[in-house]
Design a binder for this molecule. Sequence first.
Ligand SMILES: Cc1cc2nc3c(=O)[nH]c(=O)nc-3n(C[C@H](O)[C@H](O)[C@H](O)COP(=O)(O)OP(=O)(O)OC[C@H]3O[C@@H](n4cnc5c(N)ncnc54)[C@H](O)[C@@H]3O)c2cc1C
Length: 301
Amino acid sequence: MKEVINFIKKNNIGHIKENVKLSNSTTYKVGGVARLFVWPKTVEKLVLLLQKLNKDHVSYKVLGFGSNVIFSDKEYDGVIIKLDSFDKVKINDTVITAGAGVSLVKLAYKAASVGLTGLEFASGIPGSVGGAVFMNAGAYKSDMGYIVSEVKVLTPELEVKTLYNKDLNYKYRSSFLQDNPNYICLEATMVLRHGDKTEIKEVMERRRQKRLMNQPLEYPSAGSVFRNPEDDFAGRLIEECGLKGYKIGGAMVSEKHANFIVNAGGATASDVKNLITYVHDKVKDETGVDLKIEQEFVNWE
Ligand SMILES: Cc1cc2nc3c(=O)[nH]c(=O)nc-3n(C[C@H](O)[C@H](O)[C@H](O)COP(=O)(O)OP(=O)(O)OC[C@H]3O[C@@H](n4cnc5c(N)ncnc54)[C@H](O)[C@@H]3O)c2cc1C
């Protein structure tokens, strides 16, 4: 890692931080230490960095806002790449182009403030544009697949390329990028519609209140743990199995929303993982439904 750090400094790639606690960079507030965090300044610097990491066989992971990942408690012996510098937003009539590091919540409020409708669903999703494009984040029967027209990516061959909506293979919480995790989203272009500012803001406020009522936002979590099975709700099945409030270590099935597991205080990543496995198996045994997990385990093998 010393050599990688020297390379980053020599080539002025961007800010770095060594031995960073992942619990401070993920919304579950669990996970071990990562050897190195890097914030590349530009696409060119990102390419240089990846060339070096590939050459030296150093593992890396792009991290958005850490609101859908569960890093294990062990050290991540690699580089966490943060695209916070990719923060430009351009609005041209109904078309918004936003860098991968832009906050989805802020983008939704920005769209509302200029009277654009279509991003209201995103106003309570605490991720980055890159993470949302990757996850096909969504809510209220809408998702990124409805609005993204194209995404600028860095391919595994380190070429900048445009992928169009049809290439992104968007389905419920899945995308081409999830199937091809060596692609990096650099920026996304979304097509919205003109709307009434007051109405848009009212919809967002109503939904914010609903989330505050129904979701355990007072605790660290990563949102819904399981994807909803067709024509049903994971939360309903978990509740039916009597699991609300069930705890392993510091991890607990939320009393407010059964499809949320929360860090009720001092949870380890293993507590969270063990509880997810327990809930999955119990639901399978009692209802026959094989719930699919929405969150991503990183560095467990
Ligand atoms: C309270 C709460 C509520 C939530 N509500 C919702 C909801 O309503 N709907 C919903 O869909 N989700 C919800 N989530 C989950 C989460 O916010 C989304 O999945 C979000 O899109 C993740 O974005 P992120 O930037 O945090 O991604 P991260 O968790 O940082 O990363 C997720 C994955 O995306 C990859 N990734 C990130 N950036 C890039 C990039 N630039 N290029 C390539 N890959 C990248 C990462 O490598 C990782 O594999 C919620 C989470 C919380 C904590």
